[in-house]
Write a protein that binds this ligand. Structure first.
Ligand code: NAI
Length: 332
């Protein structure tokens, strides 16, 4: 039995977690969840975003399934997500955007995988007030972090029979920082002669992704562009409710939906649990449990394909519970 630390999160977090846990239970997946309240609500209750017992659990289990956590804007605490990525050095953020059965969008056959550097760039959180009207923010790009994310993207391409890796940058303006990232990409690509490569300036990449998404296969980029382009990629496949992700380090791995806590629909049983469920499937594959991952994906795809039970974000009227029930029915 594999033990997994489960963060129930804020907003819609507890609702989508319940959906995943029910589906795992129905299939009798060989995973035991250790659930924890974390996030904003926990902070106001007990004074810590992540309780110590949850850190102890992570350090024992090394695997986290995490629901979204609210990050209040402005002063106060630092994003829980950024903290976890830093503490456990979860440097590889993988966000696969793939068209889903019968989820209609203006695009077809989308199949791109974004590799987002997860530990530096503007997310180091160094901001300096120069005077009342001027603030500087520091963008950090290092050889070490660039090399490891670029290598991770190429290794993934080789392992998964992908054809191409594209580098996304803004080296025309950020000549030193993104210039370093781009030059490391150009060095490392020489080690992978079977993989095609190309490079895009980030603004052009945005246009190409909506005009010619078929051009993209595996994509690698610094942190901020990865954050923005991956939300864009979710729009190509039906919205944030559908985009899963993995955050991998050398020791700990964390799986989560790309979306946030969706306060506008929280507590209403309206959330689409697909993104967290697909993240849970990525987790199962990571721990070598391919079979239950396959069964869950195929039950989910059947429900989507039939199209009679779907959540509001993709044009249906089903509640989170009804959508979950429909998936469970397909498992039986
Ligand atoms: P959001 O992703 O929570 O919501 C954006 C829009 O997408 C909303 O209209 C929401 O209803 C919809 N949406 C998102 N997930 C959905 C789902 N599963 N089913 C149906 N509709 C869904 O982004 P927002 O509003 O910018 O952020 C809310 C909070 O979440 C903020 O505090 C933010 O910092 C936090 N956040 C946390 C993340 C994490 O924990 N990994 C990631 C992104 C944001």
């Amino acid at each position: 039995m594999t033990k997994v630390t489960l963060f129930k999160g804020d907003g819609i977090g507890p609702e989508i977690c319940e959906s995943v846990v029910r589906i795992f239970d129905a299939l009798k997946v060989d995973v035991e969840f250790e659930p924890f309240e974390v996030g904003e609500a926990e902070y106001y209750r007990n004074g810590a975003l992540i309780p110590n017992a949850a850190f102890d659990s992570i350090e024992r289990n090394k695997i986290i399934l995490k629901a979204p956590i609210t990050t209040p804007i402005g002063k106060g605490f630092r994003s829980c997500n950024v903290q976890l990525r830093e503490k456990y050095d979860l440097y590889t953020n993988i966000r696969p955007a793939k068209s889903l059965p019968n989820v209609k969008t203006p695009f077809e056959n989308i199949d791109m995988v974004i590799f987002r550097e997860n530990t530096e760039d503007l997310y180091v959180g160094i901001e300096e007030k120069i005077d009342e009207n001027t603030v500087h923010a520091t963008k950090v790009i290092t050889r070490k972090c660039s090399e490891r994310i670029i290598r991770a993207a190429f290794n993934y391409a080789v392992k998964n029979n992908r054809k191409k890796v594209s580098c996304i940058h803004k080296a025309n303006i950020l000549k030193m920082s993104d210039g370093l990232f781009l030059s490391i990409f150009n060095e490392i690509k020489e080690e992978y002669p079977t993989i095609e490569t190309d490079v895009y300036i980030v603004d052009n990449a945005c246009m190409q992704m909506v005009m010619h998404p078929e051009k993209f296969d595996v994509m690698v980029m610094p942190n901020l562009y990865g954050d923005i382009l991956s939300d864009l990629s979710s729009g190509l496949i039906g919205g944030l409710g559908f985009l899963p992700s993995a955050n991998l380090g050398d020791e700990v791995a964390m799986f989560e939906a790309v979306h946030g806590s969706a306060p506008d629909i929280a507590g209403k049983n309206l959330a689409n649990p697909t993104a967290l469920l697909l993240s849970a499937c990525m987790m199962l594959e990571y721990i070598g449990k391919e079979e239950p991952a396959k069964q869950i994906r195929s039950a989910l795809f059947e429900v989507l394909e039939e199209g009679t039970v779907r959540t509001r974000d993709c044009g249906g009227t089903a509640t989170t519970t009804e959508f979950t029930d429909a998936i469970i029915e397909k498992l039986n």
